[in-house]
Design a protein around this ligand. Structure first.
Ligand code: SF4
Length: 406
């Protein structure tokens, strides 16, 4: 009797929306060293804050869901223990904040501090101030709308330009994690449950953009948090990443993936919350000022924001940050993404073309091509200056020549 031989294992390459797509778009060679070479960045501060704020929002939602704690939450009593928990989780993964970001952990070895020892005014640093605003400004309206948080979505697509015996696989996988899925009948939301606030700012914002004549159907809104300022709507430097467009494509790809899941309702819209806008740092303010001056930003619109715009325009970097109105900060923090088939198709084509580029570079490398020759090395000056690989990058001689170690 002839025993059948085991077939060759069949694995398809997996690509994540944030870890691969957005990272590769920033710079191909940097992506190769960091993601495929498993070399973590030496100063992952941006990554720390992104992960910190996601963790804080997720944990705060769980706290609200089980204890229904009323808003506003007190920083010292309600928020600080959550921050501490998330900080410790990140420390285990080797992620630490800058000194000016967060008060040191109360659980650090050698420190016998308790919550009562914290001096709120001295120690509420940037990350804490943002966490507090994110929970008290958006959390109170967002949490009652949540159907699911940290929802994993996956899908499969044909490998672009597949060639037998050359391409690694005839399909590739896409995955991503949706921060928040809401399920709601927006037009009748006020009658649905007494949990909903009649002045729910997120519902009102969606209603302003989404016109539905018949809303008896249940549908979903995808919400994504970003630990960054609102990006400019136009990018002047062709080497700079177009974050405005890339974030939109991320949401559109999420909506395509989500629509394929069995329990998905109709997906009507996407919302992005740019949480740094609630407490902008001086660096953020300097960029906002420049974008306003060069007409590169979409918000604010309307005379009600004239005073805030004037405060930013007149502010100098060596001065104290101006006090902006809550309405202005909220308007800059929230962004609406319209979901439609044509736009989704465009976003998926973009994802395909990035996967094609990555696969071509990988195949070239597997054939013996040098890493620096196999991967595209293109980024703007700001990205290059912060890059760990600038000293030996083939495309960076001009920048490293003038670069002095501070
Ligand atoms: S120095 Fe610039 S071009 Fe070179 S790998 Fe780093 S980000 Fe890319």
């Amino acid at each position: 009797m002839k025993l059948p031989s085991r077939s060759k294992s069949y694995m398809i390459p997996e690509y994540s929306l944030t870890g691969d797509l957005l990272s590769y778009i920033t710079c191909g060679l940097q992506y190769r060293y960091q993601n495929k070479g498993a070399l973590p960045p030496s100063k992952p501060v941006q990554r720390w804050f992104g992960e910190f704020i996601h963790g804080v929002m997720e944990e705060s939602y769980n706290e609200w869901k089980y204890n229904k704690k009323d808003f506003p939450w007190d920083w010292k009593e309600d928020i600080r223990p959550i921050e501490d928990l998330i900080d410790l989780r990140l420390q285990v993964r080797g992620l630490y904040p800058h000194d000016e970001e967060l008060f040191f952990s109360i659980n650090q070895p050698g420190k016998d501090l308790t919550i009562d020892d914290l001096n709120e005014h001295d120690h509420k640093k940037l990350a804490s101030a943002r966490a507090e605003e994110a929970i008290n400004i958006w959390g109170k309206d967002l949490f009652p709308l949540i159907k699911e948080s940290e929802h994993l979505i996956k899908g499969v697509r044909p490998m672009p330009n597949y060639e037998k015996n050359i391409s690694r696989s005839n399909y590739y996988g896409i995955n991503g994690v949706v921060d928040v899925l809401t399920s709601t009948k927006i037009n009748s939301i006020n009658e649905q449950s007494n949990l909903y606030n009649f002045n729910n700012k997120i519902v009102n914002f969606i209603k302003k953009h989404l016109v539905r004549e018949n809303d008896n159907e249940d549908y979903e809104v995808i919400i994504d948090y970003k630990g960054m300022k609102r990006p400019p709507v136009k990018v002047l430097n062709p080497l700079s990443e177009d974050k405005w467009e890339n974030h939109k494509q991320q949401i559109l790809t999420y909506s395509w993936l989500r629509a394929k899941q069995e329990d998905a309702a109709n997906i009507s819209a996407g919302i992005i919350l740019y949480l740094n806008e609630l407490v902008p740092s001086k660096e953020d303010l300097a960029l906002i000022k420049e974008e306003i001056r060069n007409n590169l930003t979409d918000i604010p619109e309307g005379i009600e924001f004239d005073d805030d715009v004037q405060l930013i325009e007149e502010w100098e970097e060596d001065e104290k940050a101006p006090t902006l109105s809550e309405e202005f900060k909220m308007a800059r923090s929230i962004r609406y993404i319209d979901i439609n088939e044509k736009e989704c198709e465009k976003a998926l084509k973009k994802f395909d073309s990035v996967v094609e580029d990555i696969e071509n570079s990988l195949v070239n490398e597997m054939k013996g091509c040098r890493i620096q020759d196999a991967w595209k090395a293109e980024a703007d000056e700001r990205t290059c200056l912060a890059c760990d690989f600038k000293t030996f990058c083939k495309n960076n001689s001009d920048i490293t020549k003038d670069f002095k170690i501070p």
